[in-house]
Design a protein around this ligand. Structure first.
Ligand SMILES: Nc1ncnc2c1ncn2[C@@H]1O[C@H](COP(=O)(O)OP(=O)(O)O)[C@@H](O)[C@H]1O
Ligand SMILES: [Mg+2]
Length: 359
């Protein structure tokens, strides 16, 4: 998969501009506040129908404009072009794939896998467990078929059980969903575990290269104790759960723990190391995805030069140049990014939201 063409209207300061990227590396240069991050954000939005910077649609729509619009051509690995379109006003959303309206974001995401690394990405380590579950589930969703449906079923049962707990329904009513939760939970856990095992191979290769003097370990926890049966836990804790109003155990409580030299990466490594580690986590996802599916994906790397010192930056660029991905990089100045390892490349310049091709 690759982005073959993108036309952007009223997305942040990108009023009306278009981009015809190459399948290799695309470097976007521009001064501060010219629109570099906004451009990556638009590509990310096309895949996730949400931003990595804000939850509010009104932040994304050009001030004073009624809507934003992204129209793209996505090229599949067998060279088919699929038209994608998103039009969003403050209260209405229209998504089209292949000229047909689609309702579910998952329909668009499945066809256009995009990963991003940006200055706030370190929050994947320091933030809440839900962010790490999202990280894991990006891969499970794209690699393991059947996950999405199982997750939808689980979520529905969990919501109903929690609603029953919260409204202090009788115990036997609250337990009506135990079986559905238990069944879907095991399937979800199995898919997550499988994916995590495969991902770890790539991550270990990378961390050995970048954290030469440290031991980085990353572990998956399924959301209930390893020595306990979830079905039993759902039965045993029902009284306590009725008091609290939510379900204690299950895949909604899964977590990834990351340790460096035995200590939590959340608190014991520098911000710079956290940024490197998150970049490696995303790179390993892209590697695992491309090798497992034999399709390429898109990787957006915002402000690489500002994020990493020159040694790590060049090391990362060297890894990136060997990957089968379509890459978008941003920088303020050209000399900050050495593109000599790439043959297939384009450089763009953005100024006041206007994009031009440099070479
Ligand atoms: N909804 C919006 N409408 C118009 N301009 C916006 C909107 N949101 C952000 N901007 C402006 O867009 C400009 C580009 O921002 P950004 O893409 O973050 O720049 P860069 O990454 O190049 O430093 C900034 O000046 C910002 O204030
Ligand atoms: Mg920026």
């Amino acid at each position: 998969m690759r982005l073959a063409q993108l036309q952007i209207k009223n997305f942040r300061n990108l009023q009306d501009t278009q981009l015809t990227p190459v399948s290799g590396v695309n470097l976007i240069l521009g001064d501060n506040a010219s629109g570099k991050t906004s451009l990556l954000e638009a590509i990310y939005y096309l895949s996730h129908v949400r931003s990595f910077r804000t939850q509010h649609i009104s932040d994304l729509i050009l001030r004073q404009s009624p809507y934003l619009q992204l129209v793209a051509n996505i090229e599949t690995f067998d060279n088919l072009q699929i038209p994608f379109g998103i039009r969003r006003s403050r209260n209405k959303s229209e998504i089209r794939v292949n000229k047909q309206p689609v309702k579910r974001v998952s329909d668009i995401a499945a066809q256009f896998p995009v990963l991003a690394i940006h200055p706030d990405s370190y929050k994947l380590i320091t933030g809440s467990p839900s962010q790490r579950r999202q990280f894991l589930d990006w891969g499970v969703f794209h690699v393991e078929h059947g996950f999405f449906q199982a997750w939808q079923r689980f979520k529905k049962a969990l919501m109903q059980r929690n609603a029953a707990l919260k409204s202090k329904q009788k115990v036997d009513i609250c337990q009506l969903w135990n079986k559905e939760i238990n069944n879907t939970a095991h399937y979800i856990d199995q898919l997550r575990e499988q994916y995590f095992t495969k991902l770890s191979v790539y991550l270990t290769l990378l961390t050995n290269q970048f954290f030469e003097n440290d031991i980085v370990s990353i572990e998956y926890r399924r959301g209930w104790p390893a020595d306990k049966d979830l079905g039993d836990l759902l039965e045993e804790n029902i009284q306590k759960e009725r008091l609290k109003g939510y379900t204690y155990y299950g895949p909604h409580r899964a977590e990834i723990t990351i340790k460096v030299n035995g200590q939590s990466a959340q608190t014991c490594i520098s911000r710079g190391q956290q940024k490197t580690l998150v970049a490696l986590m995303r790179l390993s996802q892209a590697m695992q995805f491309t090798e497992a599916s034999n399709k390429s994906c898109v990787l957006l790397y915002d402000d690489l030069a500002a994020e990493l010192d020159s040694t790590h930056r060049n090391k990362i660029l060297s890894v990136l140049s060997k990957m089968n991905i379509q890459l978008f990089l941003t920088a303020i100045e050209k000399h900050q990014i050495d593109l000599s390892s790439w043959h297939n490349k384009k450089v763009f310049h953005v100024e006041h939201g206007e994009l031009t091709e440099l070479e």
